[in-house]
Design a protein. Structure first.
Length: 184
């Protein structure tokens, strides 16, 4: 089975990568496909880095890990990204897939486009996140992953404040952020 892990990834950070490796081991996945959203339906109007920059940071972060891949499907498609469309697209390529989401996303899952179809057709696994509990997970499976207290918001704020992001993101992602002047 292949895991699908979508997100804004603005930027991707070491917490994302550690969780991916944990989930591969816990579920025995063949690999995880990271899917940067073009525009999240829950972040319409929220300013983010360009889709191209976010995709590039994911590519850089996972370049040396054969168990992590990236899909540019949502970015190439453009517009608002709906998870059900991505699941169906990736199922056509890989066959059996599961969806990986954070506890923060699980609390709003019933607001997702065609959420009932997702639950009927795809196993959904919820990853721990600090400050969120595992109540109300009807039809979803909680995973006992470690809590990693790193957030993309924290990283963007640290860059804006001129503070170090060393070890919060992979070294090559840090260089990309600084070279491109992202988050200033």
């Amino acid at each position: 089975m292949i895991g699908i892990f979508g997100g804004t990834f603005d930027p991707i950070h070491t917490g994302h990568l550690i969780l991916c490796r944990d989930v591969i081991e816990l579920l025995g996945l063949k690999k995880i496909i990271l899917v940067p959203a073009h525009v999240s339906p829950f972040k319409v109007g929220v300013e983010t880095s360009t889709a191209e920059d976010r995709l590039k940071m994911v590519e850089i972060a996972i370049a040396r890990d054969p168990l992590l891949n990236v899909s540019d499907y949502e970015i190439k498609r453009g517009g608002v990204s709906y998870t059900i469309d991505t699941i169906n697209y990736l199922k056509n390529i890989y066959g059996e897939v599961c969806l990986l989401i954070g506890a923060d996303q699980a609390k709003d899952f019933k607001k997702w486009h065609r959420w009932e179809e997702i639950l009927k057709t795809t196993p959904v696994y919820v990853l721990k996140r600090k400050g969120f509990n595992f109540e109300h997970l009807e039809g979803m499976h909680s995973l006992d992953t470690r809590l990693i207290d790193i957030s993309s918001t924290e990283i963007r704020n640290r860059v804006k404040e001129g503070r170090s992001i060393k070890y919060l993101v992979p070294e090559r992602v840090e260089a990309y952020i600084l070279d491109r002047g992202l988050y200033l």
